[in-house]
Design a protein around this ligand. Structure first.
Ligand code: CTP
Length: 471
């Protein structure tokens, strides 16, 4: 090894070194060694990491050079022991890993065992004089492409949702602009608790992605339910997916069509029949799809909402106009029908305003059925989108009615929601969705309409990835 003589450095640098060494209680030589070690670690984070051989054939694909740094934040839960395997899974995918352990995490995984697997020092303290000399937490927040929080405990999620920054993990989470993936793990009652679900909804709305938790046996004796941390392979797979999608977004190159708002069916030039619909959910889905890089067309009935930026808008009034606009927009990869289309229109709509005439009978409106846009598109022989998704606005028997609608309209997924007046969904900012597919029913937590959109877009991107079609 070459030796380095500190004496030959210029005076200003020497003075800085002496000050830094003194403040860290080290000799100048030790300080230099420390700086070199850190610089080497940093270089290691940037350099492509060679995959370690894995007999299980777990490597599906390798992420490319510049998009492969993960900062793993280990929370204080029993599932922390699984993160040792997670580190291995990430590294075998060519992903460089840095680790932060919270104080609580150190009861379940030691910094020594984690650093042995990472092959570098791990970070535990916000006020670590060595790393903070160079604003360490900001560097940790900045020098990563993705942050994975595993296990994401109820406490850590609560702190994140409220913007706390009283330890290294939360300070980094607040300071980062990187995508955050949460792998929650906790007791099923803690998971189901309204406070946790509220925090989760807020984090999802803020852009965090969530893997798990899974259903199964818990660490505590005889405890069972939803709360098990997702398996390391699942978390590593999700991390890889987000790294690969990178800035481009997971819907890059996908054509997405969304209908939104009500339709207005004229009675005469000044009166109409309509459904109640603010268009908030449909417009929010369009914005989320655009953010993920989708090529989005939003076909909307009359609403009082701004056009989502970056989206191609087509404004219509009636169901028949909406159907025509939808057909003209084909082919698309995904069609999401969030509009509250009026089921009937007035057959004998007047060209002039109907006048009240004293002594005459009230006018009779003859109704005819409107085309069902969702069923028409789902039933197409040609240019049927890969994924056709409808909503089922119900006031009773939500899941049973949604299943019947799924079968009747031949669509792939139905997002069922309770729109009875007491639910506050109509015109409100929240929604409680049950995702109904032919093979499964998945209840989502009550959450903001934006969080619903985020969750839906993630599900869509997953489904398209699974189908594995070319763009
Ligand atoms: N839909 C549609 N065209 C229609 C009616 C509904 O595209 N003419 C779509 C909606 O956009 C939604 C789904 O079909 O995605 C279900 O709408 P909903 O109003 O819940 O169901 P309906 O078919 O109208 O049945 P019902 O009103 O009897 O519940």
């Amino acid at each position: 090894m070459a030796s380095l003589t500190v004496r030959q450095l210029d005076e200003r640098l020497k003075k800085q070194l002496r000050l830094r060494a003194a403040s860290n209680g080290r000799s100048v030589e030790d300080e230099v060694r420390n700086i070199l070690r850190e610089a080497a670690e940093c270089a290691e984070m940037r350099a492509p990491v060679a995959p370690t051989p894995s007999g299980a054939g777990a490597i599906r694909s390798m992420v490319t050079a510049d998009t492969r740094r993960v900062l793993l934040i280990i929370g204080g839960g029993i599932a922390a022991y699984k993160t040792l395997d997670l580190i291995r899974r990430l590294k075998e995918r060519g992903i460089a890993v840095r680790c932060i352990l919270t104080n609580a995490a150190q009861h379940f995984a030691t910094p020594l065992s984690v650093s042995a697997l990472v092959g570098a020092r791990v970070y535990t303290d916000l006020f670590d004089p060595v790393s903070e000399f160079d604003v360490g937490h900001i560097r940790l927040a900045r020098e990563t492409d993705l942050i994975v929080v595993a296990p994401a405990t109820a406490d850590l999620m609560a702190k994140m949702a409220n913007g706390h920054a009283d330890d290294l993990a939360t300070a980094v989470l607040l300071a980062t602009t990187a995508k955050i993936v949460l792998a929650p793990a906790m007791n099923p009652h803690m998971w189901a608790n309204k406070a946790t679900q509220r925090n989760l909804a807020r984090l999802v709305a803020d852009g965090a992605a969530v893997v798990g938790p899974n259903e199964g046996e818990m660490a505590e004796a005889e405890s069972q339910g939803v709360g098990r941390m997702a398996e390391p392979l699942e978390i590593a797979g999700a991390a890889e997916k987000f790294l690969t999608a990178g800035i481009a977004g997971r819907l890059q190159g996908r054509r997405i069509l969304i209908t939104s708002g009500p339709t207005h069916e004229p009675i005469d030039p000044v009166r109409y029949i309509a459904n109640r619909s603010s268009g908030k959910q449909g417009h929010s889905i369009a914005a989320a799809a655009e953010t993920e890089g989708g090529n989005v067309t939003l076909i909307s009935g009359p609403v009082n909402l701004p056009d989502p930026p970056g989206v191609k808008m087509i404004k219509v009034e009636s169901a028949r106009e909406m159907l025509r606009a939808v057909e003209r927009t084909l082919p698309v990869d995904v069609a999401i029908f969030a509009a509250a289309v009026a089921d009937w229109r007035v057959a004998n709509a007047g060209h002039h305003k109907l006048k009240k005439q004293f002594g005459h009978a009230t006018p009779e409106l003859a109704l005819v059925e409107n085309p069902d846009i969702l069923a028409t598109i789902a039933g197409r022989k040609t240019q049927r989108p890969k994924l056709v998704i409808g909503f089922a606005a119900e006031t009773e028997n939500v899941v049973a009615n949604a299943k019947a609608k799924l079968a009747r309209k031949h669509c792939d997924w139905i997002l069922a929601n309770d729109v009875s007046p007491q639910s506050g969904v109509m015109g409100g900012d929240h929604n409680t969705i049950t995702l109904v597919r032919a093979s499964s029913v998945e209840a989502w937590p009550p959450q903001s309409k934006d969080a619903v959109s985020s969750m839906l877009i993630t599900r869509i991107a997953d489904a398209l990835d699974e189908k594995g079609e070319n763009r």
